[in-house]
Ligand binder design. Sequence first.
Ligand code: ZN
Length: 115
Amino acid sequence: MGIRFNCPQGHPLNVKEFLAGKRGICPECDVRFIVPVQSGDTAVPVEEVAAEPSLPTALPAKALDDDSAPVEISPGSSRNGQSRNRRRQRAKAITLALSAVVVFLLVVLMVVLLR
Ligand SMILES: [Zn+2]
């Protein structure tokens, strides 16, 4: 089971099949790539794909090293009502970013665990 492939830099990796087509980060060289759908392929770097504008591609996945501090939400209690809308938009963006980061970390976890 699983997909054996090489990262764009040639490092041998192995992930579970359900991660085919998902994004991953090579634990050796930190290159972001799209997991190929079958074994033997070489992963495509994310920069070359870039065909998914709906997902934030420039996520600092490594910025979440200390998992206890996911988001810096500024204390906005003393602000007026205008910032409420902005805060809601920001919360939405943060939620989206967090879910993407979780996917990233899952992929990295799989890659690390299955080596
Ligand atoms: Zn690599």
